[in-house]
Design a protein around this ligand. Structure first.
Ligand SMILES: Cc1cc2nc3c(=O)[nH]c(=O)nc-3n(C[C@H](O)[C@H](O)[C@H](O)COP(=O)(O)OP(=O)(O)OC[C@H]3O[C@@H](n4cnc5c(N)ncnc54)[C@H](O)[C@@H]3O)c2cc1C
Length: 378
């Protein structure tokens, strides 16, 4: 049984589904569509279409012998090896793959939950697009948009929003740390700094969001406390795992489920925990894997092999993350890539990033269809 049909869960189900003979697979996922979130920026800007970025599970799973139960798991009983769903179904499992991903974290900062927009999934697009439309109707130079958090999502979003606003509003990027993209490669950070500068984004480093109201944000920075009026604030400053109730309760490590080197939940060898919810408690910064789609896909593929090893009663091997590099979207038609044996920025990087992601879409035939649609589109 696989809980969560995101990058890790769907990759597990698809890879395990290719094995014969194998036990039946049930994928429990409340959404109708899988969302390829690294391309959410392009969906927002209209550079890509919904069917390219968010294919439905029915077509992804068709003919693969995987049952999709469109429901969400509310609790897991590890001793009874059973799960209960929101609709009240109780299901038993022999092996469980838990991959329920993450959601935005507001760290308890007053007003964030009530007043901030998010950029995390498909349902976040419409409110943001409506706000952009409203800003474009106002006289230019009168509005401000604030993005909190200068990690990859904040930086990529800032560049794309400036291009879409076309001067209709000033864009501010607020970051608690002393640099943007703290976890990125130097080349990508430099390209991102250039892209932000070129677009006139005001970057406020070492600046903390203290509280947010519907029209302003209270900040404290190197010059002390100050207020920034806003006509929209997008929160990209943190995330936390989305976990169903687990009984008996599991002690979290840094807020995530601790797993063995074979991605088994510590103390519970029948459960694999993958993707954004999991952490290797013994790994240091270097040997640990990042919380990214890239790592989640590799973990899903590893989990399928691990399940097969269990069926054959053979030994587990450790999961080893293979770093394939980093690609950033830096506005309409612009990107930066470090990896794949190259460093590249500009329109060619944009095309390569899009093609790479489209061909990485789960279910190769869809990926190729999508890539084909892009290659022939003007
Ligand atoms: C805007 C944005 C851009 C990103 N860009 C990149 C990028 O360029 N490169 C990169 O490597 N990473 C990127 N990431 C990070 C990447 O998307 C995540 O690390 C990745 O999705 C984690 O995979 P996952 O399988 O753990 O979780 P997810 O992909 O989030 O999947 C979790 C799934 O579980 C389901 N679920 C949740 N709760 C339950 C429940 N109780 N029962 C059943 N199902 C449930 C959800 O509906 C969801 O489908 C980006 C993230 C964002 C938000």
């Amino acid at each position: 049984m696989v809980i969560g049909g995101g990058f890790a869960g769907l990759s597990t189900a698809l890879a395990f589904g290719r094995l014969h003979p194998r036990p039946p697979i049930v994928l429990i996922e409340p959404r109708e569509r899988f969302v390829f979130v690294p391309l959410l920026y392009e969906l927002m800007s209209g550079e890509l279409k919904g069917w390219e970025v968010a294919p439905d599970y029915a077509s992804l799973l068709q003919g693969r012998g995987i049952s999709h139960l469109q429901d969400s798991v509310s609790s897991i009983d590890l001793n009874a090896r059973s799960v209960t769903t929101s609709s009240g179904q109780a299901l038993r499992y022999s092996q469980l793959v838990l991959a329920t991903g993450a959601q935005p974290e507001d760290f308890g900062i007053p007003g964030v939950r009530e007043n901030a927009l998010n950029f995390h999934t498909l349902s976040d697009l419409q409110p943001l697009q409506e706000r952009l439309q409203e800003l474009r109707r106002r006289p230019s130079g009168t509005s401000s948009l604030v993005i909190a958090g200068a990690g990859a999502t904040g930086v990529e979003l800032a560049c794309k929003l400036v291009d879409l606003l076309n001067g209709a509003a000033a864009v501010h990027l607020v970051e608690l740390g002393d640099q943007i993209l703290p976890r990125s490669r130097a080349f990508n950070r430099e390209q991102a700094e250039k892209a932000l500068h070129k677009r006139g984004v005001s970057v406020h480093l070492k600046t903390k969001v203290e509280s947010v109201s519907s029209t302003s944000v209270q900040l404290s920075g190197p010059q002390g406390p100050w207020e920034q009026k806003h006509d929209g604030l997008v929160w990209t400053a943190g995330s936390r795992p989305t976990l169903p109730d687990i009984l008996p309760s599991v002690e979290l490590h840094k807020g995530r489920l601790p797993v063995t080197e074979a991605l088994r939940l510590q103390g519970h060898p029948d459960v694999l925990a993958l993707g954004d919810i999991a952490v290797n408690p013994d790994g240091d910064e270097l040997s640990s894997w990042p919380h990214s789609a890239q790592a989640a896909i590799q973990q899903g593929q590893f989990a399928a092999k691990e399940l097969q090893a269990k069926l054959r009663q053979s030994d587990s091997s450790p999961f080893v993350f293979k770093d394939l590099g980093e690609m950033l979207s830096l506005g309409i038609g612009d990107a930066s890539i470090t990896g794949l044996g190259l460093t590249l920025a500009g329109p060619l990087a944009f095309k390569l990033r899009r093609l790479t992601y489209l061909t990485r879409l789960p279910g190769l035939s869809l990926g190729l269809r999508a890539a084909g649609a892009w290659l022939v589109s003007p």
